[in-house]
Design a protein around this ligand. Structure first.
Ligand SMILES: [Zn+2]
Length: 431
């Protein structure tokens, strides 16, 4: 690699506005789609991109909105007052009757397939209790899989507890479509999970779960697109979702990705010429709603335009640990590409080949476009990345050095692809 290459990347990663941009995005709040915080943050971010002298495009994307009117959980104690526990409804949870759902709880431990095989006979009619798992490990079982197992086994409700001692409430989607089957479902904090497990030690335990949700059938979420044209129509897409969760500031997930995407656009602007491919920046929303924003964006695109998108670099939770991994979505050729690009920047970026449909890259991959998610803390359940989805996802848990490393990584990967010959770029799609 040339000294020149290093000098350019060093300058890129020293972007003077990176930290302030990150803090500004966090300043809009958790940015849950539908609250308005997401659109305010997007307008601000598009204003930052306008500084490059190009006009970004705004698109309104319909999605299945929903809001929670009431969520409560009580542990019923015969002969005394009920014990109030703490809960947060999963997005798009089924509602209970107004007076709540009263049922026995069954503790399924982690709530994996094996747990349901062992105890499944006893599940019908009960509210199952399972534990959240760190989502970025090769062998984790996702919340939605556990929820589906509970539904399949005839559970009447679903509670998923924060597994970390002292851990608070968390937020996430149930994945239930409009008019789809489902059961009332909520996150509970670590102490509430403990209280239920303790109560079950001395016999059956009954809870009253109340969740009142409301559909928002005409909801739309705004996304922003900026094109920086090069000499070829082949396009590299850098994406990051701006929406988040209501409990913290959605700092890790995903102010980190948006701040790095904005800085990468500034750094790469001057690298794009008639000798390079084109660059597109996509700021998505409604990602936390089963990836609705990017799915709809790609669905409405013509096949001709889609065929010009040659690579997606999706930035989601790119700080919170000092290790970076590219989730390469089942595209084996991306492995060597990532290694070579990382080496040109003097960085190490790990790779994980199986498709992990946990962010917007999955929709690109499903459209046949080579796609990766850049992620911090893969396989490190004790890293600060564990705070995603919780009230502790705040700017103070992110280190500046991690953001700068992620910026350098994405600049190196994008620049490498922008300069690849067209046939080598197309070869990344080989399966
Ligand atoms: Zn995310």
């Amino acid at each position: 690699m040339s000294t020149q290459q290093h000098a350019w990347l060093d300058q890129a990663s020293n972007d003077p506005d990176l930290m302030q941009d990150f803090l500004s995005i966090c300043g809009f709040g958790g940015r849950l789609a539908g609250t308005g915080e997401d659109e305010q943050a997007l307008d601000w971010a598009l204003g930052r991109l306008q500084g490059l002298g190009l006009e970004p495009q705004r698109l309104d994307i319909p999605y299945d909105g929903w809001s929670c009117r009431k969520a409560s959980l009580e542990l019923m104690a015969p002969g005394s007052a009920a014990n109030q526990l703490s809960c947060h409804a999963l997005l798009r949870s089924m509602s209970t009757p107004d007076t709540g759902l009263e049922a026995e709880v069954i503790d399924l431990g982690q709530g994996r397939e094996a747990d349901f095989e062992r105890l499944g006979q006893a599940v019908p009619g009960k509210i199952v209790l399972v534990r959240h798992e760190y989502p970025f490990s090769p062998d984790h079982v996702h919340r939605r899989r556990k929820y589906d197992l509970a539904v399949d086994h005839g559970a009447s409700g679903f509670l998923i507890a924060n597994p970390y001692p002292g851990g608070g409430l968390m937020s996430g989607s149930s994945g239930r479509p409009v008019n789809g089957r489902g059961i009332p479902a909520a996150y509970i904090d670590h102490a509430s999970g403990q209280a239920l497990a303790d109560a079950l030690k001395s016999g059956p335990a009954t809870v009253r779960l109340t969740i009142i949700g409301q559909e928002a059938p005409s909801a739309s979420a705004r996304i922003g697109i900026l094109d920086i044209p090069g000499g070829s129509v082949d396009t590299i897409v850098i994406s990051a979702h701006i929406d988040g969760h209501p409990l913290g500031a959605s700092a890790l997930d995903n102010a980190t990705g948006v701040a790095v995407a904005l800085a990468a656009a500034r750094a790469l602007r001057g690298r794009i010429s008639r000798d390079t491919h084109s660059l597109r920046i996509c700021l998505f929303s409604a990602e936390e709603w089963a990836l609705a924003g990017s799915r709809c964006y790609l669905d409405q695109m013509s096949d001709a335009e889609k065929s010009r998108l040659k690579l997606n670099l999706n930035l989601d939770t790119v700080a919170g640990d000092d290790t970076l991994t590219a989730l390469t979505s089942g595209f084996p050729a991306l492995d060597a590409y990532v290694r070579e690009a990382a080496a040109s920047a003097g960085l190490h970026i790990g790779t994980h080949l199986p498709l992990m449909p946990n962010s917007d890259h999955a929709n690109f991959a499903r459209s046949g476009i080579p796609a990766l998610r850049l992620l911090a803390g893969f396989g490190k359940p004790d890293s600060r990345v564990r705070h995603i989805l919780s009230g502790d996802d705040l700017p103070g848990i992110v280190k500046e050095s991690e953001l700068r490393q992620a910026l350098k990584a994405v600049c190196a990967m994008a620049d490498f692809a922008l300069h690849l010959p067209s046939d080598a770029l197309a070869a990344l799609a080989a399966r």
